[in-house]
Design a protein around this ligand. Structure first.
Ligand code: FMN
Length: 350
């Protein structure tokens, strides 16, 4: 089984180099309003942010992707070092395999790098099956600040070997938050989005950090379609390849539903401008997965550094051009929300 898990993670790294972005984030419907008189110096733009009680120099997280193989280990170490250098948060990929094969820890461990926020990662179904002790063990093994619990029912359904029983996840997450504290738990989707009803349920059970990971970026139903060997799984993957709630709609609806929640916008963030649009809609931090691993696989840590720096520069430029010194001012600059995003948000929050 574990060879399968290793093989699957390896296939994922190859497959995401192809055409796996099948939907629209709707972020292009968010028009930041240009301010011809910014009355600001670029160096005075404040990009600092807080997530899970940690201070970031820029409101960005490289979200959890990989681990379990030597290639994955190199990606984790390089991207974590970059996250430390740039002062942004970093998460490793699912650590499920470590629960039975702790000897694979070096493929997740990021030392000597220490990003300002480091997150372990486990699927919600594994939390149900293995309990809080497993989550705590993973946090300790990694020396992490907390853990991202991922939700991925659509991906599991398309995987021939995937889970079919999604009961008990909310209780398990609530139990974990109760035991280790809300600052150490972030709940994330993996590209299909977290809608306002689930945001409300999570918030009511004590969760205070949510990464909506909406549709429009990496589609895991598409990736599993490409991996599928049996026709049924291939067809379901194709049918559901653009399934999910667009990232922009998730962010606006989540913010309207839970004004106090720490909100991460991931899923199809492909530029600093995308990140600025998500922040203007109510996100505290924007998350990137695919662009970072693609850059790394193309040109190593240097290419990843260039990509991340470009995103931070564009983010800073967007703030300045809106006359916004910080994220509060950016939101107050009142972005214009065009159709179809406007109706999508209305439909979700009604
Ligand atoms: C190669 C790869 C592997 C991933 N593996 C995981 C994982 O193990 N755990 C997890 O929570 N999310 C995983 N994700 C999902 C990302 O963290 C993110 O939620 C999603 O890809 C949307 O962001 P993107 O459009 O920038 O890729 C993975 C993403 C990629 C690209």
């Amino acid at each position: 089984m574990h060879d399968d898990l290793e093989q699957r993670k390896s296939q994922h790294l190859d497959l995401v180099q192809g055409d796996v972005e099948t939907a629209d984030t709707l972020l292009s419907c968010v028009r930041l309003v240009h301010r011809a008189l910014p009355e600001l110096a670029l160096e005075n733009v404040e990009l600092g942010a807080e997530l899970c009680g940690r201070q970031l120099k820029a409101p960005l997280i490289i979200t959890g992707m990989t681990g379990g193989t030597p290639r994955a280990g190199e990606i984790n170490r390089d991207l974590a070092a970059l996250a430390q250098e740039m002062g942004v948060a970093f998460g490793v990929g699912s650590m499920r395999i470590l629960l039975d094969q702790p000897d694979l820890l070096p493929t997740f461990a990021v030392k000597p790098a220490r990003p300002p926020l480091l997150l372990a990662n486990l699927g919600a179904q594994q939390l149900v099956q293995r309990g809080n002790g497993a989550a705590l063990r993973l946090i300790e093994m990694l020396g992490a600040d907390g853990i991202a619990i991922h939700l991925n029912p659509a991906q599991e359904l398309v995987q021939a070997e995937g889970d079919r029983d999604f009961r008990g996840c909310l209780d398990a997450i609530a139990g974990l938050v109760e035991q280790i504290g809300s600052q150490r738990v972030l709940v994330k989707e993996t590209g299909c989005g977290i809608g306002p009803a689930v945001v409300r349920e999570l918030y009511d059970r004590g969760v205070r950090a949510i990464d909506v990971s909406g549709s429009g970026g990496t589609s895991w139903t598409r990736v599993e379609q490409l991996r599928a060997k049996v026709p049924g799984a291939r067809e379901l993957g194709e049918l559901l390849s653009d399934w999910g709630i667009p990232t922009a709609a998730c962010v606006a609806a989540a913010r309207a539903t839970a004004p106090e929640v720490h909100l991460v916008a991931s899923g199809g963030i492909r530029s600093g401008l995308d990140a600025a649009r998500a922040l203007a809609l109510g996100a505290d931090v924007a998350g990137l997965a695919l662009p970072m691993v693609r850059a790394h696989q193309k040109g190593g840590v240097e290419a990843a550094r260039e990509a991340l720096k470009a995103h931070v520069d564009a983010l800073r430029a967007a703030f300045l051009l809106c006359g916004a010194r910080n994220v509060t001012a950016l939101r107050a600059s009142r972005p214009v929300v065009l159709e179809p995003l406007r109706s999508f948000i209305e439909g979700l929050v009604e």
